[in-house]
Design a protein around this ligand. Structure first.
Ligand code: 1QQ
Length: 375
């Protein structure tokens, strides 16, 4: 750790000398070069997450390399949402490609196996979508710029309960995924803290297509709100089937629902879904609006939370590499940990002592087939 701190100091010095001397042959030759590995869920039922993530990263890459202070070379691997595939991708990126740092993987389930491997190898790793409890705590090299379920879900629940005067809830969650289980833990604890009556707790698994048994039971108990911890594919099908059987009450979901894919799959059945997110594309902020414009022009669709978090994730790496003045893994880790008040499109960002970024969530509702501010 001491040696790593030394690296940070050296970096500061070299930055100063760059500004003062300017004519140094090596420095004027340009940028600090670094290779960053990306592990994203790009094929299968969660491919919409990986598409947004890699789009966000590619846009940031173009801008960063054009600025010329840092030159990043990306190596992108598909995890297909699977632990084993995410782990072998990480091993390849760490050991063969010799990356300075990693972005991803997409799922907390995947990060639970990739994180310890990357931490042991001393590779700084940025989760841009991993929101389960305990992710940055995996180790000193593990960071994230997404908000945990423990922050997002209580914010969404509080607003829903205030607005609708809810007393009775039903909970549904995927019991085979680290993120959906973590979201459930928060939903249950928050409901208990808020003094809500939990009428039933129902479970499902990834890839399930028929939720009628769970939804029929829930409907007969007459909840005023359904708390649902799901990834977008299962979550959207659940909402569709719920509406078809006449269950019209609002839903509160976690980060997995924060994708336009929910609306694409469920259509009008997605109306009434309440979520919390650090990203809101209609924010009156020049940086946010420029990103939305550029992204929409480049990819033909608007960015979502996952694109925004990934975009800021690569910028955070670029900032750390620039500050470190070199692509050394330890130096970049320390420079990441030291980032303070970095102005991203998610807001002003700093890491806390475990490597989590503290951000205020905004609560949104799907209304008329669109995410809108929930007021
Ligand atoms: C996690 C998540 C998912 C919604 C990412 C796609 O938050 O696995 O932590």
């Amino acid at each position: 750790f001491l040696a790593a701190c030394g690296g940070g100091n050296e970096a500061t010095n070299s930055n100063e000398s760059k500004e003062q001397v300017g004519g140094d042959a090596e420095k004027s030759a340009g940028a600090v070069e670094a290779k960053i590995g990306v592990i994203a869920w790009m094929t299968g039922s969660g491919a919409g997450y990986g598409e947004a993530i890699t789009n966000g990263i590619n846009l940031a890459l173009e801008e960063i390399n054009a600025k010329g202070e840092v030159k990043i070379d990306l190596v992108v691997e598909d995890s297909a949402g699977k632990q084993e595939q995410a782990l072998s991708a990480a091993q390849k990126l760490i050991n063969s490609d010799n990356v300075t740092g990693l972005i991803g993987p997409t799922l907390s389930t995947e990060m639970n196996v990739v994180g310890p491997e990357a931490d042991l190898a001393g590779v700084p790793t940025m989760g841009t979508s991993t929101t389960a409890q305990g992710i940055p705590e995996i180790g000193d090299y593990i960071f994230r710029d997404s908000i945990p379920e423990s922050l997002a879900i209580p914010a969404a629940m509080q607003k829903a309960i205030d607005k609708y005067g809810v007393k009775k809830v039903a909970i549904m969650y995927g019991n085979d995924d680290v993120f959906t289980k973590s979201g459930f833990d928060t939903m249950k604890a928050t409901a208990e803290e808020m003094g809500l009556e939990i009428l039933t707790i129902e479970t499902f698994q990834k890839g399930q297509s028929d939720y009628n048994a769970q939804l029929t039971k829930i409907k007969n108990l007459n909840p005023e709100l359904i708390l649902c911890s799901a990834l977008y594919n299962e979550g959207a099908v659940i909402m569709d089937q719920a509406r078809k059987m006449g269950l019209t009450v609002p839903f509160v979901g976690g980060n997995g629902f924060n994708s336009p894919e929910v609306i694409k799959i469920a259509g009008d059945a997605a109306n009434g879904l309440i979520v919390a997110t650090p990203w809101f594309g209609a924010k009156e902020d020049a940086k946010v609006q420029e990103f939305v414009k550029k992204y929409t022009e480049k990819f033909g669709k608007e960015p979502d939370q996952f694109a925004a978090q990934a975009y800021d994730g690569l910028y955070l790496f670029a900032e750390a590499i620039k500050n470190a003045g070199e692509a050394d893994r330890d130096a970049v880790r320390d420079a990441l940990a030291e980032i303070k008040d970095f102005e991203g499109i998610l807001g002003v960002m700093s890491f806390d002592e475990v490597g989590d970024i503290v951000m205020d969530p905004t609560v949104l509702v799907i209304d008329g087939g669109q995410f809108k501010l929930f007021e």
